[in-house]
Design a protein around this ligand. Structure first.
Ligand code: ZN
Length: 280
């Protein structure tokens, strides 16, 4: 199960790198050309990178034991950092929204060349690859969050294709196409910041899991056939649900396919006994 977690983390990391590359290309291209569609698409990708980093840091932090200064663990720090990121993304989103509206009222010239045209196409192609990659890995390791991430990358692909179409329309004499698309993408940026902020606030309102619940989880998992011992249980509240992270010991002769059966059995029993459990 440790290996499974690593595959998920590696996939998330590759995805963040890919998004960072297209984000830089689009922001630079948007600033050089004056295309607000391209610029806002770049900021949208930047928001995606930041939210991936939050998830990644969250995984690292939840592995850290509580210390003297943080007797209840490091969750609160993560959530407060997320709130700042959400505010930053929201500010950027409202900024591009404002710019887009201004450019709809007073259209400005966009400097276009092959390079500028190729940026949204490269971005669409890369995000499409990332979407497929995350969905395939997500299904393979049964990770709903990775599958959802894959579906989000498809929205990114559509956004980049609309930016490209906006530039085409612009060059055929429809100057409003670019800022209108910029406006739509700005709404997506603000929505992303709302999602990040909402999750952080919900987590801040929740407390850490009580030790009795942890013991109960441990007992349930131990009762599953094929489990020798429970090495580690980590669990936390996340917006009314409980997320569980388990490290278990199975006999060495157990083959991979059987290990998945054990894994599914653990999830079934946990969900039956503690209905708030959302993910294991
Ligand atoms: Zn996105």
């Amino acid at each position: 199960m440790k290996q499974k977690k690593n595959i998920g983390q590696t996939t998330a990391f590759i995805s963040a790198i890919g998004n960072a590359v297209v984000s830089i290309l689009k922001i630079v291209g948007g600033l050089i050309s004056g295309s607000i569609g391209l610029l806002s698409d770049g900021i949208h990708s930047l928001a995606d990178v930041l939210s991936s980093i939050i998830v990644w840091v969250g995984l690292k932090i939840s592995a850290k034991p509580p210390d003297v200064e943080h007797p209840y663990g490091h969750y609160k720090a993560e959530n407060i950092a997320s709130l700042f990121v959400a505010l930053f993304i929201a500010a950027a989103g409202f900024e591009t929204l404002w710019d887009s509206i201004n450019k709809i009222m007073v259209p400005e010239e966009i400097i276009l060349n092959m390079w500028i045209f190729s940026i949204p196409l490269i971005s669409a192609f890369l995000t499409l690859l990332l979407a497929q990659y995350k969905k395939i890995v997500g299904k393979k390791i049964h990770s709903p969050s990775l599958i959802a991430e894959g579906e989000h990358s498809l929205i990114d692909t559509l956004a980049s294709i609309s930016v490209f179409s906006g530039l085409i329309f612009y060059s055929f004499g429809f100057p409003l196409a670019d800022p209108i698309i910029g406006m739509v993408i700005s709404v997506l940026i603000v929505w992303r910041s709302y999602e990040i902020g909402r999750d952080a606030i919900l987590s801040l309102m929740d407390s850490l899991l009580e030790p009795e619940v942890l013991d109960k989880i441990r007992e349930i998992v131990k009762s599953v056939d094929g489990v020798i011992d429970v090495e580690d249980v980590k669990a936390r509240h996340a917006g009314g649900r409980i997320l569980v992270d388990l490290t278990i010991l199975v006999p060495p002769e157990v083959e991979v396919r059987r290990a998945y059966v054990v894994h599914d059995e653990i999830i079934n029993r946990l969900k039956k006994e503690i209905p708030q459990i959302a993910m294991v």
